[in-house]
Structures are given as structure tokens and as C-alpha cells.
Write a protein that binds this ligand. Sequence first.
Ligand SMILES: Cc1ncc(COP(=O)(O)O)c(C=O)c1O
Length: 424
Amino acid sequence: MLTTISTFSPLPTHGIAGDPQAGFVPLASRADGLVGSVIDSSTSLLAAQKHDIVRFAMGAPAPDVTPWEQFRDLARDVYDASSFTYGATEGEPVLFDALVEYSRHTPEPVDESRTVITTGGMQGLDLAFKLFVDPGDLVVVESPTYTNGSGTALSYGADLLEVPVDEHGLDVEQLESLVARAGRVPKAIYTIPNFQNPSGTTLSEERRRRLIDLARTWGSVIVDDDPYGLLRFAGEDVPGFPALMGDDPLLFSVRTFSKILAPGLRVGWVSADARLRELLIAGKQAMDTCTNVPNQHVVAEFLRRGGLDAHLEGLRSQYRKRKEAMQDSITRHLGDRVRTTDPEGGFFLWMTLQGEDAAIDSRRLFEIALAEGVAFIPGTALSPSQRFSDAFRLCFASTTPERTEEGIARLARAMDIARAEVAR
Ligand SMILES: Cc1ncc(COP(=O)(O)O)c(C=O)c1O
């Protein structure tokens, strides 16, 4: 029998229609879950500006604290033909050797049988949600959160449950009651336990333990995303999920060199139950075959030569000074017009407008501030349901105290203009 066109299933109705001249583009329904990242887009937006801007927007280490000259010298020493061919999907053996050796004396020793090298933390998050989330599964996210992470869960069809964060991190009591109200248990709980992006807060040990109990009761995976843990510059260390959970199969840890070395390297790693390793490798093979090989060799050599501890020491001291400088500038220029969190490490302060200023929408403030020469990430971009129009994220790590002073002065001017607009 001849197959006619009518025996095929109907043409997809899902797609980009718009201008009939341009034609219909058929799309998978999954494409609806691709939400894009305001955080990432701010890089191009800022690059396109011609005037001077103090950049509190991106969470990137400052160029002046990036050891790029050492990378250049290391590259000259370590690059050979093997650095420029395909590498093993799970990661370069030299990087594993160096990472296992380096981490032996840290609270989180890396076990190669549980670990896969990834293309930054983002790929770790993608692998986590790819492995654990079916369309319609409930995934808990912090509110506010790193929306690249929640966006990744959305891209796999997750239903997100936003749970508030306070000064001790994710509010685990509210988590319990919100899950009870949702009437179903989460498949995964996405948390950034240390110096959270964007709030700067740290999940207390008591809450970590309670969260682990809940995850075990519900059978939920804890996606423990911790890019900033090694950047503590004040207060006491809190035991991490790997220390508290051991080899529990419900733990999936995402780590990256982006914040402790440089984000352009795109090198990170995930640690999970050893039985998942083949699946992680298969999942990664479907994405990018292997992580950038030359950069893995540079990172491995940096670790092998013992450079990381001294580098981290320098970062912590710089970031403490930069955070304090930002707080001083805020006190000087904004006083009680704003309230901020007081991070003990990492990159970010969370600023909430107070009093009459609370009526300002931080999206509008962003436009005015950009024109005034200062940039941040509006709060709404840090919540999947666009909460926090009265708040925003400031990165203190990328700017010197002098630039920060100038940036906060510009922010105060922008707030004056925005407040006058609201009053009109
Ligand atoms: C909490 C969190 N997770 C993951 C990432 C992504 O890390 P990477 O740049 O290594 O992909 C970031 C970067 O901002 C982050 O803040």
C-alpha cells in the first residue's frame, strides 16, 4: 500500500507563527519552558552601552583578582597536542588527579567514582534536572533564587514551588507547610546553601539537618549548588551537605571553578551516587562530548602547583574589604532608605527598598540607574514568579571600593529620580 501524506500524524500546531510570510516554525512543547536568563542577558546589554557603568550586575570575579597571567604562563608549559583533541567525557585524568589531591585536605574530598567534570556549574544543574525531573514534577526552589537554576528545572517541565529565604537561608518550616499545601512531595529541592545567590544568606546547620530529614522522608533529591562555599570571609564554617549526608543517594552536589578561579574557563564538577555516573556521562555526551580540554589542563596545573589556597586567601581578603566598602557607601548615601543582608562570604548583597522608596519598581529603577551609570539585577529577575519588585541584587565582588563608592552615589541619584516619578 502506498503511504499517503494523510496517513502521517497531523502537522504540529506548536510553533512560531507570527508573520505568515515568514512561515511557521514547528516547535516542541518543551520550548515553552525555555525562559532565558535576565542575569546572563545583562552581560550583552552592558557590553552594548557606550557610557561608563559601575557594574554590580554580573556575579563574576573582578579582572583585577583573576590570575590570567598565571593561566597564560601555565598554558605555555602544559599545552601539547593532547590538549587540543577530544577528551574523556567524565573529565581529563590530570584534572581528576589534581582535584582529588587538592580536595583531600578540604571538608569535601572528591571521590572520582562519584564525580564527573562539567562545563561549569550550569551544566551540573542541567544534568541534575535532566536526570531527576519529569514534566509536572514538583521542584522546590528558594525565593529569591538563582533563576538560571530554576529556569533549567523549568526547561525539563518542572512545577516550581518557591519557598522564602530569610537571614538563615531557606525557611524550612515554611517549606514543610507549603509542601503540605501543595498536596504532593517534591522530586527535587534546589538549594544554594552558602552565601546564596542572590540573597547572600547562609543556610544554618539546624535547617540543613531538618532539610535532610524532610528530603529523606519525601524521597526528594537535594540539588546542593555551592559555587561560593570556599569564599567565606567572616563567621564560622557550617558543615556542607556532603559532610552531613555522606554517600546518601539523595544528594547531588554541583561545584564550579567559575567563582574561585574564572567563569570563562567553564570548568566545574558534579558529585553524586556512583551508580549515576554512567547516566551522567551519557547525559553529558548528548550535550557537549567533553568539557573544554585546554582549560581542564590549565586548571589541573594551577591546582598541581599549589596555587589555589593562596589565591583563595587573596580573594577572601579582597571580598571582605569590598563588601564592607559597599556597606559603608550604602550607609553614607542611602541610610535607612534601604535594608540589606550581611553576607559572610561570596559575592552578593540583597537590597530591599524601605519606606516611600518601597513603591519604586526595581525594573524601572534599573532603567534609570543604567542611564545614571550603575547596573544591578532587579529582584523580579530572581524569582520565577517575578516577586521582589522592591528589591535587587548587588555584586560587591567585581568592583574596587572607589568604584563602589561612585556606583552607590549613582544609585542614590537614580532612586531620587525614580521616587520623584512615583510621586508624580
Ligand atoms: C548559584 C549558582 N549556581 C551556578 C552558577 C553557574 O556557574 P557556572 O558559571 O560555573 O556555570 C552560578 C553562577 O552565577 C551561581 O551563582
